[in-house]
Design a protein around this ligand. Sequence first.
Ligand code: PYC
Length: 411
Amino acid sequence: MTQLIRQGLNGSKPQQRMWRVHDMKDSYDVVIIGGGAHGLAAAYYLAKHHGITNVAVLEKRYIGHGGSGRNTTIIRSNYLTPEGVLFYDESVKLYQELSQDLNFNVMFSQRGHLTLAHTDSAVRTMRWRAEVNQLQGVDSRLVYPDELAKICPQLDLSDHPRYPIMGALFHPPGGIIRHDAVVWGYARGADERGVHIHQMTEVTGIDVQQGKVAGVQTDRGYIKTGVVLNATAGWCTLIADMAGVRLPITTHPLQACVSEPLKPFLDVVIVSGSLHVYVSQSDRGELVMGASVDPYQSYSMDSTLDFMEGLSGHVLELLPMLSKVKILRQWAGVCDMTPDYSPVMGLTPVEGFLVDVGWGTWGFKASPVSGKRMAEMIATNKTPDLIAPFRLSRFYEDALVGEKGAASVGH
Ligand code: PYC
């Protein structure tokens, strides 16, 4: 800060930019489509772990313009399936080291995560999740109102609400992070190692010849490449269509909002599947709140009054003392929903066309692990065990990874 003020006063040159602008080359070893946390993480780990640096990340707008800059920053690994728990656990561990790894503060606050249960069947699901989590070595347990009152005294634990709280899954390693910092940190780390980040560069076609990727057409010219990674989340089916690959994915808007800043009072993340809400307090004091995806398919990133009214009513059932708090802003992103609420990662029928998609409302928290494992897959040409359950072919093999019970809210 002092340095910034000094530079402002004496007119000296600003610090070096965090990532540079390059001319686009005619050819790259790997082209990653999508400059969100997933695409940038894959580029970073390709360069850092595998020495593959002739890589382009193509982003049609600015980096982090999609889900990475629009999510509600929750990190957790308290999933329902063993496959999901192991996968997200690696992500939490990578997030724990990320500030040091990137030499950039991503402000990961492991303040604990509560998934509330308001019905007998929700208590049963929380117990089930706790058992699966513990078997995989992940810290999660079922807590009842007496303990909940100590963890989060602000909650209305009385029998006044329509759906009184009966218990919760408590996951101490869960928390929140600064999502933009994750994007910027990965971008800087990838750029430092030689990756080219091309913003405002839209992919308009994928050149497939004899079943193999041969190149990518963009609005700035043609790039020759043998490997394309589709990391475009809500827009992933549009990109896959260009390669002739069909994905079992539909795109839905997901809305969120923040309140005016309040003095710090909430030091845990609260989620209620039955009420379809999640709330946390950011380091700036704003309450960050969201709900489930909109119940219609759309690429619209407009926000609606309907969402705001529904969300407010549900948040007030949990935290009635917020009734006078004002909303500062609201926004929307688009989510690539899969039938089993798990991602789709790895090979497709087109050689050289890989996917890191199907991230629905659970994608940001997987950025490090998906980046690391997709980079490993590109470098070794082998599917890492950790992501094998998420292969595209599971939809033809009757091997779905049913994760709906652990999606943060009811969809
Ligand atoms: O899965 O934790 C989650 C989540 C939070 C917001 C949307 N999804």
